[in-house]
Design a protein around this ligand. Sequence first.
Ligand code: HEM
Length: 437
Amino acid sequence: MAAASVPLRLAGHGLGNRLAFERDPLGFLLHQRQYGDLVRIDDELYMVNTPALVEQVLKNTNSTFSITRDLLGEEIDGSRASEDLAQWMRARHVAGRGVNRSGLRAAGDRMAAVVARHAEAWRDTGTIDAITALEDLSARLIAEFCLGPDPGRVPALVARLQDARLPGALPWPGWAPSLRGRRLHRVERELAADVSRLIEERGTRPEGPASVVVDQLIDACGQGVLTHQGAVGVVVSTLFAAHETTAAALAWLLLLLDRHPQVRRQVVDEVDRELGGRLPTAGDLPRLAITGAVVKETLRLYPPLWYLERTVAEPAELGGHRLHPGQRVGLSPFALHRDARLYDQPATFHPARWTDRPAHTRLPGYAYLPFGAGPRMCLGAHFGTVAMTTTTATLTAGYQVTRAADCTPTFDTRTILQPRGLTLDITDRAPMSRTYR
Ligand code: HEM
């Protein structure tokens, strides 16, 4: 491992760094890298900037380093001995068995039909707000996947939970955050109640179509591995973690295809050649190599989770520097993915880097992290990739998706990384190309 640099304060004192981080988070993350592999932002926060140090932090999460906020931003006890952590790890293990490749194969075959239905409605409207429409789609995809073909109000409640969490564009008055917190908890309770009812209904009527995820959870509850509340919790967290990230990634992907018509042409040719006008199934995806590379490259340039953080739980040494419990360590997939030491022309959208001379054959481990890594790696990495590839193939096969002339999207980093203000025009590609209708 390269020796870590002396930790540095960029702007002379810690507060300056914090303000710079808040003002322009992405610019700050790219800027701080030049100060070394391990950079001190202030007494509390350090950044790691190399795959080797990132590996040390992510691999040792749940022991030396911990996650101290849940997916909704609430504080939790993530220490090694915590019962909450043990319960979460059991629940994620069981849910993970349902999110595996065989569980996904059946769901993947149904997925394109859901995308096609949404796309027709978008085409009828003509113009869509990308984030709202894609969140609606991904909430539906993940709700069906977790809970079966009839997830009731769950997709709509997931969208409401998201709204309740997002800070407004204007600063909040002092009393407002507690109002927002109350609203967030109300929607969370409603969502948990609906999920709980759907799991119970499935438990009493085990015949008929359902989802592998919910059946795995019910089995685990029956064996005493998991409580009913634990099963509900993992579904709520999964719904929430899945829909916003997948929607943001798809929005970036559609924006990139609009900006790079020659790549779009390659995707259209591949989809026409491999699918011949029908909807994609899970079995088609391995042959959609260019589409898959576009998905990978989008997640490299615009990883929705652009910044990850851990709290030091036990005395640690990182890059030759001692860290103490309570201090925090940050790492940025966004900055790592744009590091010229790891990627040629890192700021260029170049999907062929994943197919022509596969970048991953030369990349060190922990250099490509859209889904994180280690024991807390994303539970839905495979589902997210399948959902993005299926959606891209279905949309490009049938429709022309272009950025509306009057919109200028900007970087939104308030929660995950999204193209704020992206509006898309959806029209039929060519009547003959849509034989699946
Ligand atoms: C393109 C889409 C997605 C991206 C970029 C993404 C990214 C991530 C990342 C980076 C983490 C790790 C956070 C950390 O280390 O602190 C994570 C966690 C998680 N993701 Fe995803 N995700 C996506 C889609 C999904 C989907 C589809 C699901 C569910 C099927 C899902 C479920 C989860 C869960 C449950 C966690 C928490 C894991 C834990 O803390 O143990 N994600 N995601």
